[in-house]
Design a protein around this ligand. Sequence first.
Ligand SMILES: C[C@H](O)[C@H](O)[C@@H](O)C(=O)CO
Ligand SMILES: [Mn+2]
Length: 422
Amino acid sequence: MISNQTAQAYQLARERYAEWGVDTEKAMETLASISISMQCWQGDDVGGFESPQGLTGGGILATGSYPGKPRTPDELRADAEMAFRLIPGKHRFNLHAIYLESGGKKVDRDEIGPEHFQGWVDWAAERGIGLDFNPTFFSHPLAASGFTLTHADEGIRRFWVRHGQACRRIGSYFGQRLGKVCVTNIWIPDGMKDLPVDRKGPRERLIRSLDEILSEQIDSRFHRDAVEGKLFGIGSEAYVAGSHEFYLGYAITRKTLLCLDSGHFHPTETIADKISAVLFYVDGLLLHVSRGIRWDSDHVVLFTDDVRAIAEELVRGQYLDRVFIGLDFFDASINRLAAWIIGMRSMLKALLWALLEPLAALKDAEARGDYTARLTLLEAEKTAPFAAVWEEYCARHNVPRDDLVLNEVRRYEQEVFPKRRG
Ligand SMILES: C[C@H](O)[C@H](O)[C@@H](O)C(=O)CO
Ligand SMILES: [Mn+2]
């Protein structure tokens, strides 16, 4: 039910954007076709269900102790479902290997199979959503040294190769069973805190390990591989074997997707400019949209200039069908559902923003060398009635506008979280 106020504001906004040659109906239609992958790990601080220890190592750290953390897969699914109810559109869910359901049985990482994720697949099938996947190369005794696929010990390296292989089979099962392509993304933390002497050896082993993992042919209609680089992590400040340049070369030569995580570069470096550069050479991209602050790569995504710049590049370059968009952050200091909802809605807002750009006029000004007109229009966009279109979009998808979302989150929190105490 769309209120009169929303409807009237939208009509005025529609006319205003039409003056710029922008079709707001078309923008909303395109936005509805975009599915963003919501990361399971925001739901429980990258804990998973393999062991009670939760996140250990891996150069990443979850901080905060907001109450109500889900303790079981069912609780996590309930939270995700509640979050999805407050996010307009139909989206995907991104799992990590440690979110398996083994019925209390110890199943090591190299032994996992589709059967351990059947609960997730049934849940996704019921909701008509797709699943994405990630091997977990951290929070494990064999990752405690800080090395996994680059490990000099052949036994340990092979263990992690088998984990990667098992995960691709699981991803492929997700894709086939759900009829929606699954992206399995490989990120490893391997690196060194202080100055390495041998930067080459671990990278040689990483190439070997990745080639072994990817050696099984899997139908790309159901499954795509992605590789994710990083500049540094906690405890790997001096060297990360899987750097951006390493994976760029790997993705080009092995024809995988390249994952660009917006928190994985130097703090002044943004990924928006990289999109058009790398898409000449790689088939496609996976984005991990995040918000880095100083040394942390994983703050909740907001409707910032950086996120808008990413969305603008996707729309301006007509890359939406070559780029998988996922989110990657985890914050345990605020309500975990709210973090999901704020991040997902911010990404959607950025996409809508980009879809509402007066692109033809901007391109025309640029082509004529009229950079004064270009800058004027870019600035004028910022005071256009964007909010009216966003609120109309939310109303059409039966979700509340931004400021009213919190009422629903609080209601859920009060009803559900007390039962999770103790
Ligand atoms: C939990 C994820 O796999 C992880 O965040 C990874 O994608 C990453 O970005 C590590 O910094
Ligand atoms: Mn990431």
